[in-house]
Design a protein around this ligand. Sequence first.
Ligand SMILES: [Zn+2]
Ligand SMILES: [Zn+2]
Length: 417
Amino acid sequence: MPEFQAPVGTRDVLPPDSARWERLIALFAERVGRAGYGLVVSPVFEDVSVFERVGEATDVVRKEMYDFEDKGGRHLALRPEGTASVVRAWVQHRPTLPFKAWYAAPSFRYERPQAGRYRQHHQLGVEALGSDDADLDVEVIALAWGLYRDVGLNGVRLLLNSLGDQKCRPTYLAALREYLTEHREELCDEHKTRIDENPLRVLDCKRESCVRVTAEAPRMVDYLCDECAAHFSRVREGLGELDVAFELEPRLVRGLDYYTRTTFEFQAPALESAQNGIGGGGRYDALTEQLGGPPTPGIGFGIGIERVLLACDAEGVFPAPTAAVEVFVVDVTESAALGIVHELREAGVRADRAFDNRSMKAQFKLADRSGARLAIVVGPDERERGIAKVQSLKGDKAEEEVKLEEVVEHVKGRLVE
Ligand SMILES: [Zn+2]
Ligand SMILES: [Zn+2]
């Protein structure tokens, strides 16, 4: 085993698998770009308070923050999720509203490594600040939905809930707390002691005992004030108009405390239930204030790249592209490959060659392995006659002779056939 390995809980993504990442991010960028979202690149670490401020009493802050002290004595943390950084950046620079942003960035959690969970994982996401219009909720959810369709995932379930707002949630939390306190002895060990702190977390608990108790618990949707009820109803109506299928899940809460009103999660049933969440998000109308900005409504989501690709594997969709190049130049004269490959690439053709003056046979082996459709072959005889052989590497292996100066045009023509 080599001396150095990727750190525990991380992994390398190499070609050809990385081609799917590239494609996934490109599809996402294209889709959200069409909807007016612009790329935000923010630091991978922030003052730890940025994340603490938005995540009081959550597991992320409690146990999983990847924090450290730098050489200047600053207490920093690697970003555990995307929203806080983007909102901090908005509060700092205050670009005009509405502010529609997207990102593709790593997130970090210091947790016990297990299958499908990494200390560094990668997320695609959007944040839209400046409006509490329910149509914006629909737009944001439909963007994520569209990406799953782009990669060919068919089984994705969208779970939807409303968490109310500061006006109606306190009444609900009181009712929930009362109910959970009555059933305290039936809850799992962790939640017996944590009802008062954040009763919503109990709804999120996957342990059988808690699941049984919360099945009958009061539901936020029954406590929504008129404004929140109207908002939620418009979200459902809008999703219906766009043919985005959803299921109401009254126990759906998000892991972070700043979420208000609309909350949603995407699940891939093809994955094990412990790790079938492939994306989610919600409205966070109270977040900008917590980061020192003016009250500004917002909504966003994050999609886990690793999880989406796992779901694609499970459904057998979105395979890695097989051919890295289209044309391979086989040249044993040491005179033609450099120029031809350059011309091909400048002409927009994906092309490669061998190095180190290898034999014809060895070069053809590399050509086959490259996945290229065509080989351009130059030997001493061809060079003498000012021609190249263009040979099909797939199917009939037909070959034809082409003048050297016309070979790039010829090959371009063949590739579009
Ligand atoms: Zn529990
Ligand atoms: Zn309300």
